[in-house]
Design a binder for this molecule. Structure first.
Ligand code: SF4
Length: 330
């Protein structure tokens, strides 16, 4: 059963509720789907006699399971994301991936004249992974070679990219990439990680454009420049199970000390500019969700560096080898 063009797998959820005998269930939605949650809760309550509790906490990825709600329910349904290797073993959690019904074939055909390379690697988010084989057939029918890369253990499906993991692109030899989806962040990350062209085919608006990270690089250059004289760093760690990188934070702190700078590790659940406002440091280094430093640029009370940018500030890395931060698996 589809709700507004997306398949929320209501029948599957009902059968899981029946099979597990769950009496109380939790529903957790990413921000873009939250407004649909009352309709879905009502459908589930009408089809079964469960109590439904909807998580109101922000949710940006599978890294972000509502562990407090998990304690209060028999089963938690987490919508919109594929599992990560860290949380796939949570036996009370079911990931409802919510595939998009939008057709991608028109926009893939539209992209074809823009692809100059022969061997094309296809990438997308979990919303469209079920359409990659169709897209491959279209490319192959026009004489291209098509590959769908396998990512590391954080990646549930071939060809899938996350905002913090571009391994499905990095691991595959190809001439260029075709990213199917909306938004700029994932294709920009792939372009920076590989140094190759990434063409974006956006099926929602039927538009083809090149991933262009020049504006982001200018912003990152400014953040690095502002941090060069920083003496005291706040190294930010998220306690969310899928984001927590305490070991990396400790390594970064040691690196700061080796360079005669001070660094303090700050741990919190959700990392926001407001959450960091009261910490008087010269610069922050983010080890939580890698998107934060890029998406929220300019909104923090001090420059917010990625770990790779911090290395540049300390002279441990060249500007030319700057890449987006990633949370990688095995
Ligand atoms: S860490 Fe950030 S980019 Fe990675 S899955 Fe979580 S929300 Fe998405």
């Amino acid at each position: 059963m589809a709700v507004e063009g997306f398949d929320f797998q209501i029948e599957r959820i009902v059968s899981i509720i029946r099979d597990t005998g769950a009496r109380v269930i939790g529903l957790q939605f990413p921000e873009g789907f939250k407004r649909r949650s009352p309709v879905i809760a009502a459908q589930l309550e009408a089809a079964t006699d469960v109590d439904v509790i909807i998580s109101g906490n922000p949710c940006f990825g599978a890294c972000d399971l509502d562990v407090a709600l998990l304690d209060k329910v028999d089963v938690l349904f987490h919508f919109g994301h594929a599992p990560l290797d860290d949380n796939a073993l949570q036996d009370k959690v079911y990931f409802i991936e919510v595939r998009s019904g939008v057709d991608v074939s028109d926009v893939v055909r539209k992209a074809l004249p823009e692809l100059s390379g022969h061997r094309i690697c296809l990438l997308t988010t979990v919303q469209h992974v079920h359409k990659l084989e169709d897209a491959c057939r279209i490319l192959e029918a026009c004489g291209k070679e098509c590959v769908i890369g396998h990512g590391d253990s954080k990646i549930a499906y071939p060809g899938q990219v996350l905002g913090c993991n571009f391994s499905a692109g990095r691991r595959e030899e190809c001439d260029e990439y075709l990213y199917i989806g909306s938004g700029e962040f994932h294709p920009m990350g792939v372009a920076l990680a590989t140094g190759k062209n990434v063409l974006i085919a956006d099926p929602f608006v039927n538009e083809v454009r090149r991933a262009d990270y020049s504006r982001v690089l200018r912003q990152r250059s400014a953040v690095i420049a502002k941090s060069l004289d920083a003496q005291v760093f706040g190294i930010v760690v998220s306690s969310k199970p899928g984001q927590e990188r305490m070991q990396l934070a400790r390594q970064l702190k040691e690196m700061a000390l080796r360079h005669d700078r001070n660094a303090h590790i700050l741990i919190m659940d959700l990392v926001t500019p407001d959450q960091l406002l009261q910490f008087k440091v010269d610069a922050f280094v983010n080890t939580a969700c890698p998107r934060l430093a890029i998406d929220e640029v300019g909104r923090f009370s001090a420059p917010m560096l990625t770990p790779q940018e911090f290395e540049i500030v300390l002279g441990e890395r060249d500007w030319e080898s700057l890449v987006f931060d990633e949370i990688t698996g095995d």
